[in-house]
Design a protein around this ligand. Structure first.
Ligand code: KG4
Ligand code: ZN
Length: 361
């Protein structure tokens, strides 16, 4: 039995977890800072690193307690060293180094994106057995910072097929939620708002021709903004013309209530359409035998539904709590590095823009 401690502090979650043999969860502790950042409408980096400093030790302690183990039971410490916010990454990395040094454990620096992929190796608590993913596989990583389409021939072998040319999928959800006045984080709130809406009410652009496997979401965001402006202008004009209240069209426009459900549903469908279409093309062209979806946007219900419906091979998604940032996925990725004989030195540094291909073998 090999137990690996995972640590994750790349953005706004302080997380630690213990995983057995890369696949079985022994503990999973996540301390979220969402409430802290909500008032700013996004992550405030300085506040994030300070909050990590306060919570990192209790979170790690709790992960060991929940797993019912002591330091001596661990085989290795796996910690995310990039990509992410430098000040946040430093807190987790230094905690990981201190533990490795004090207890004579091997240290494994983990790429945050690799960790998201390996969330698919974890066996959900509700499931007895789950076959290990098989290769070659296509993985779609969709998070707040990335939209990458990757071909994997084996463990730690990454070929980047495509990526976003501007906003990441999660970032598009967050920005559009903000412009619709729905709050932060955008993904879950857009999904909820879209529930009663018509995904065909507005036809937003899919940007399918930017590059065979690349994505682009900034045009879509601008199209939503333009539609909102048009709706407001038309609504404001109407109120002013009716003359019920003594307001000019501009002032009335700000008060126009928008068809939020239809806008959210149409926007969500446009993002998902592009993601599914390009993933399906990659599967066909590279004869992939499996598709893994990873990252915070993988929590999206419609993405899960459409991907499963339109891709002709098995599609796997981690359970929702393994899609958003957590340390179980870090421990899992760490286990597969550990058994491959890979190790990091205590001089390991944070790399805020670390690419997945930098971590390839
Ligand atoms: O992977 P993650 O937790 O953090 C990063 O590494 O970026 O992803 C966070 C992103 C946010 O942009 C959030 O809006 C999005 O994932 N997200 C969702 C959903 N849940 C979270 N996007 C769409 N639908 C969801 N249900
Ligand atoms: Zn993430």
């Amino acid at each position: 039995m090999t137990l690996v401690l995972g640590i994750e502090t790349s953005c706004d979650e302080t997380a630690a977890a213990v995983v057995e043999d890369g696949r079985s969860l022994r503990s999973n502790v996540v301390s979220s800072q969402i409430a802290l950042h909500q008032q700013y409408g996004g992550v405030f980096p300085e506040m994030a690193s300070r909050a990590h400093i306060v919570t990192i030790t209790p979170v790690i302690r709790q992960a060991l307690e929940q797993a019912g183990i002591g330091w001596d039971d661990l085989a290795a410490v796996a910690v995310v060293n990039g990509p992410g916010l430098a000040g946040s990454l430093l807190v987790g990395l230094n905690a990981g180094k201190a533990i490795a040094f004090a207890h004579g454990l091997p240290l494994l620096g983990i790429n945050h994106l690799e960790a998201h992929i390996y969330a698919n190796w974890l066996i959900p608590v509700s499931v007895q057995k789950l076959e290990e993913p098989w290769f070659p596989l296509v993985c779609l990583i969709v998070s707040g910072g990335h939209s990458d389409l990757i071909l994997m021939h084996g463990h730690h072998e990454y070929e980047l097929l495509g990526h976003t040319l501007d906003d990441a999928a999660g970032e598009a959800f967050d920005k559009v939620a903000r412009l619709l006045g729905l709050g932060y984080p955008g993904g879950p709130v857009i999904q909820r708002t879209a529930e009663g809406g018509n995904p065909e009410a507005f036809h937003f652009p899919r940007a399918l021709h930017v590059g065979q496997y690349d994505f682009s979401f900034s045009g879509l965001k601008t199209a939503v903004l333009r539609e909102v402006q048009l709706l407001r202008r038309a609504g404001g004009q109407e109120v002013a013309e009716r003359g019920e209240r003594l307001v000019d069209a501009g002032a009335a426009a700000a008060e126009v209530s928008l068809p939020l459900a239809d806008l959210a549903a149409s926007f969500q469908m446009a993002v998902i359409d592009a993601l599914v279409q390009k993933t399906a093309d990659a599967v066909a062209n590279y004869r992939a035998r499996l598709v893994l979806i990873a990252g915070g946007v993988a929590a999206n219900k419609l993405l899960r539904l459409e991907m499963t419906r339109r891709v002709p091979v098995e599609v796997r998604f981690p359970p929702v709590h393994f899609c958003t940032d957590n340390a179980a996925m870090v421990a899992s990725a760490g286990y597969y590095r550990f058994v491959s004989g890979l190790r990091s030195g205590l001089d390991l540094d944070v790399v805020p823009n670390l690419a997945l291909t930098d971590s390839a073998r």
